[in-house]
Design a protein around this ligand. Structure first.
Ligand code: GRF
Length: 206
């Protein structure tokens, strides 16, 4: 099987990217490499960390262009780098339908809630304000709706009465860093199919 090539998109801190990079470094993700890391923000700490770590990086700012035009440039860079799996890691922009269609079922996202609860911004705050006692994160395939595609895996964490947004976010983030690598390994294995909304792993006997 030929080596898979990942493209990482980020906008900020980049801790999920760094966790994925560490998994590569430890040899936990086989037969694949990070081909390019792309940021829509020039000074995102995550893109600076990627550059410092020696990964190929690109900064592609919207510069007043339409979403479709901006995304077209990103798609071109992903294609030029022969990317076959796109991982959104704190990428704070909606993808155009053209982008989603350019990589059908090959774009992953991580969201800091147990979807379908609390999509969108400030998911951890939404969860606290709602009063849930269990929270978590979701890695899912990206479709044309926000935080919506088939769920690859979820991790749960408890919510304690004394939690504030910062404490809960940190507890969830720890699980995000574990979940993203696991999800990438599952997808790269190719041992699954999608049935409706369900990501169904295949057992080895199948
Ligand atoms: C994470 O909480 C992720 O779930 C959300 O954005 C945040 C990104 O954090 N989509 P980082 O940039 O990976 O540290």
């Amino acid at each position: 099987m030929s080596e898979s090539r990942l493209g990482i998109l980020l906008s900020g801190r980049g801790s999920n990217f760094l966790a994925i990079a560490e998994s590569f470094h430890q040899g936990r993700i086989a037969n694949a490499k990070i081909a390019v890391v792309i940021s829509n923000r020039r000074h995102a700490p995550g893109i600076e960390a990627a550059r410092d770590a020696g990964f190929p990086t690109e900064i592609i700012e919207p510069r007043g262009r339409s979403r479709t035009e901006h995304d077209a440039e990103i798609i071109a860079v992903l294609r030029a780098n022969q990317v076959d799996l796109v991982c959104l890691a704190g990428y704070m922009r909606l993808l155009s339908a053209e982008f989603v269609r350019a990589f059908p079922q090959r774009i992953l996202n991580i969201h800091p809630s147990l979807l379908p609860a609390f999509p969108g911004l400030d998911a951890q705050r939404q969860a606290l304000e709602y009063g849930v006692t269990v929270a978590g994160c979701t890695v899912h395939l990206v479709d044309e709706e926000l935080d919506h595609g088939a769920i690859i895996l979820q991790k749960t964490v408890p919510v304690f009465p004394q939690d504030d947004e910062r404490a809960l976010s940190a507890r969830i983030l720890e699980q995000e860093h574990i979940a993203y690598t696991q999800a990438i390994i599952r997808v790269l294995s190719g041992k699954y199919h999608i049935a409706g909304r369900r990501f169904v792993p295949r057992s080895d006997g199948d």
